[in-house]
Each structure stands twice: as C-alpha cells, then as structure tokens.
Design a protein around this ligand. Sequence first.
Ligand code: GLU
Length: 372
Amino acid sequence: MEMTQTIVVKIGTSSLTQPETGFLALATIARLVEVLSQLRRQGHHVILVSSGAIGVGCSRLGLAERPRTIAMKQAVAAVGQGRLMRIYDDFFTSVNQPIAQVLLTRSDLVQRSRYVNAYRTFRQLLKLGVIPIVNENDTLAIEELKFGDNDTLSALVASLVEADWLFLLTDVDRLYSADPRSNPEAEPIVQVADLEELETLNVEVGDRGTHWGTGGMVTKIAAARIGIKAGVRTVITEGRSPENIFKILAGEPIGTRFEPEPQPFNARKRWIAHGLVPAGKLYLDNGAVNAILKSGKSLLAAGITEVEGEFQSQDAVQICAADGREIARGIVNYNSSELQQIRGYHSEDIPHILGYMGAETVVHRDNLVLSQ
Ligand code: GLU
C-alpha cells in the first residue's frame, strides 16, 4: 500500500484479558501496540477503540463479577479507564508512539456542530501523528443515550473520520455459517460483497457475547452494516493475532471482509443515518414508500398515515412502511403536533389547517437517507 490510509482497530475485553483469570493479556496488548505503531511509522493514520474500562476496574477492585447496577458500572469504569490508559501509555511510550484518550458519549454525535467538532479533534490528532485511543465515556453516559457496545462505537468513529478500514478484533477467527464449536458443517465466510449479501447472512456464532464484554456477533454485523454504508472496508478477525492486520492490508483472505458501498453516503448523510438519534416515527402509505424508495422523492404530508412520538421540528425520525419496517431516516420540518394535524393532507391545504405557511416537504430529500 502506497498511500496513507485511515485505519480504525477495535479490540474487545475478551481479547484484552485472560479468560481464566481476568488478568490483562499483556502479550496480546504488546503485539497490538507493535502493530499499530508500525502502521503509524508506515505513514498510516491509526485509531484504536479499546474496551476494558469495566473489566480492568473490576480486577483493580477485586470484584468477581461484572457489575449490574448503573451506578456501580459507572464507578468501576472510572477506576478502570485510567488504569487501561496507563497500560497503553507504558507500552506505546516504549516504542516512542504518542497516544491520546478520547472518551465519547452518544450525545456528542447528535448535534451537527458537536459531530463536526469531534471530527476536527480526530483529524488534528491524526495530523500530529498521535494514536487516539477511544472508549465510550462509561462513567458519564446516560443509559438511554449510549452506544452500548464498542463495535457500534468503532463503526461510528470510522464513519466520522472517513476511515478506509475498520478491524473488529475478536475471539473467533472469522464468521461461520454455523457455530464451528458445535457444528462440523460450519462454513467459513471469507467475504461479504455488499449489503444485500449481508442481509442474507446466516451467522450463528456466539450471539451471546462473552462474560466480560458486551458485544457478540450481532453487534459486529451491525457495525459492519454501518461501515459498508459509510464506505469503510470492515474486517472481523482474531484479536490474538494482531499481526494479521498487515497481511489483510496486503490482500490476504484472513478473517471475514465486508466490502464497502462504492458510493457511500456523504458526510452530512452519514451524520443523519448514524449520528442522530430518532425521536419519533412516521408511518407511510405504499405510494409514499415507493416515491421515496424508487423515485428519490421528498416526503410530503399526504403520504403520512400515522405519527408516533413527540418531537420538534429539525429532530430526526424513522420513516416506516405500513408494516413497521424502517425504510429511511430523516430530519423533519414540522413538530409532532403539527404533523398530527396535517398528515394525509396535500401541501396546499397546510396553510389552512395550521394557519401559517410551513415548509413544502415534511422531510426534504437532502435530509433523508434510505435505511437499506
Ligand atoms: N466501554 C466498555 C468498557 O470499556 C465496553 C463496551 C463493550 O464491551 O463493547 O468496559
């Protein structure tokens, strides 16, 4: 590879700790640090998304189990995050690689200005040759507004920084058509060509996540879906062998590789699709569904049959077919009580119903992204 690539690597608690003792897997961390600093020296931009705050915090406090209450998780994460960074800093310092801690919450990405601000911070760090180490701010994130798992977080970061690659390092070598531990017929899945193929994937392996981590294959596939749409090539591969990243970058078929869409969403549409948190739902009749999916039209009041939730104008909503399937997301030009009054009506009736001229469209095409 000649040119500078932006590479996001996510490692989970199950790869960072020893399964039997919960102690840190120092050899794995050391090899990961070597690989990432070498990628840096080759001129690439590198971001590490690392879990482990709660796991390391538990081990520091001598807790035998992952905490269940929110207050306890938050407190334990505060203990563990600092320890985790200290370990990374020790390792990275010994190869002369500066790092930075970036703790994000879901709400940091909701407002466009904050989203752009986060983008600028990452860009500046990468320009300085620093490896940002990202985690969710588990100590302060509000339960209802969480990334929830670092697979999703890493995909959103990769989308935010317009990464070329996202590596999801985990405890299996790749995806299989069934659980290889119990089913000898399980076929390895080497490559997933597009979103359509992703939707037909029948993956059974470990949907449960591990004892300490929160992810599993379901969240990895959800992360891959975000990556594909954002134009990020996403690879699921084994955390125990981080050197494989070099081989994968050189084209070797290791792990499961998801090919990105050739024409990914632009920056603003990526923010609408993945940054915003929908505050309500609009249900449409079939005519409106077709107009949006097939003819690239904006959403008009006439096609809306039902409005769910309370939201303000300029909030994000899910746009659903009659059967509840989400077909798109977008930013609305009316609040929910206005929409309750004008749904089903033609645009020219709106001034009579509301008593004022509103926007012509409920969701303008530029503020709308398809979910498929
Ligand atoms: N942010 C959590 C931690 O550092 C991990 C989330 C996850 O396992 O995906 O402990």
